[in-house]
Design a protein. Structure first.
Length: 72
């Protein structure tokens, strides 16, 4: 998690300034859903950005209808 936190402190997405396949491959919102993100502000901000993407919301609704995904 320290490496991820460091990378996301350098750039908004894993491969740079734009969302890319690297972000899809990481599946970080699902990975961190049950983890304590205290002390990881860059990871928190990243997960919040991803969760706001319309495509992420549509995919989540298809995968788990009626579930509300919030990350903190």
């Amino acid at each position: 998690m320290a490496m991820i936190e460091q990378r996301l402190g350098q750039t908004p997405y894993f491969a740079g300034a734009e969302f890319s396949a690297a972000d899809v491959m990481m599946s970080l919102p699902r990975f961190v859903a049950s983890r304590d993100l205290a002390g990881l502000p860059n990871v928190q901000a990243y997960v919040a950005r991803i969760a706001q993407r319309p495509a992420y919301r549509r995919a989540s609704e298809k995968a788990e209808p009626g579930q509300v995904h919030t990350f903190s």
